[in-house]
Design a protein around this ligand. Sequence first.
Ligand SMILES: Cc1cc2nc3c(=O)[nH]c(=O)nc-3n(C[C@H](O)[C@H](O)[C@H](O)COP(=O)(O)O)c2cc1C
Length: 357
Amino acid sequence: MKALPDPIIPGLPPSALAPMQDVTNKPFMDVVARHGPPDYFFTEFFRVHSSSTLEKSVLLSITDNRTERPVFAQLIGENLSDLARTVDALKPFPIAGIDLNLGCPAPKVYRKNVGGGLLRDPTAIDRIVGMLREKVDGLFTVKMRTGFEDTRHFDDLISILRRHDVDLLSLHARTVKDSYRSRVDYTYIREAVDRLACPVLANGNITSVTKARKVLDYTGCHGVMIGRSAIRNPWIFTQLRQYWRGQELFKPTLQDVRGYIDDLHRATWSEGIPEKAHLGRLKKFLNFIGLGVDEEGRFLYQMRRAHASPEFFGICDAFLVEGGNAEKPFPEEPYDGLVARPNCEVPKIVDLPACCG
Ligand SMILES: Cc1cc2nc3c(=O)[nH]c(=O)nc-3n(C[C@H](O)[C@H](O)[C@H](O)COP(=O)(O)O)c2cc1C
């Protein structure tokens, strides 16, 4: 097993920004880095099939990585020679390692037997992981869910990862069928930590520093991987480092959130993009930020219906700056019960056993 790159502060539990398709592209990685980078980045997945080439927009997050942090290239696919060819194609580029996606729950993906679809077939995973382990000279990592419709293969899957000596497992402790909504069962992360020699990053509903600490205590994991809550709160990686070092946590105000939205507005712009499309891109991010703006979801409701920039930014100002809002704290946790996207609900259930508080 090869060692991971040093985290920003060696000795502290590392953090990673979870790969998110159409989100964790180069501009968003830059935005996150400006607010305090995670220790590791992962690209959106490179699709691997018989005619695939490296997607330019994904490759840009590697070739033009200004975050000063290592980036792992994530692959999604199942054909051995296509995967091997893609590993070769990535060789000239400055990646920290190759990451295999074994979790994507989108039906159009899993029906092709890739991503989460592979979790139905441990024998195929054994072949793929074995081949990639041989083929990848540097770090070879896996991002996985606990199973497809249930966890019947989980033990086998962990044995496979162990046998092939993967260098890191990022475990999203839900099945594919659970999608993003259900309870996250961190006992599987604890089991993976117990059985694997490699580091394990806990993933799934790590919404805050407080939650990260509880998950770390409960699972004994090496570090945490955070997705949606880093869109809502891009300061979360800085806050984690502050927490581990016993420092006072940076507490963003609603005014800080307004500044973050301006940063996102600049980052989501591209030459020639119509205003409506640009706002559409921005709203994808605000769907998550809005979960921490007001408890009733009025910001989300109004923001989603804004058609033009002046109206849109007027709503942002009204909720985040005007009427004494600027100095109000941005809450650590998202408000319960608000919906980010149809398939990204904020879970109401407590997903750590009672012993974790
Ligand atoms: C919009 C979106 C896109 C995602 N795309 C990917 C992806 O490309 N690769 C991957 O391994 N996981 C992907 N995921 C899953 C996340 O990496 C992560 O495992 C999941 O969101 C749970 O973590 P969280 O609760 O911190 O968000 C995606 C999740 C979301 C919400």
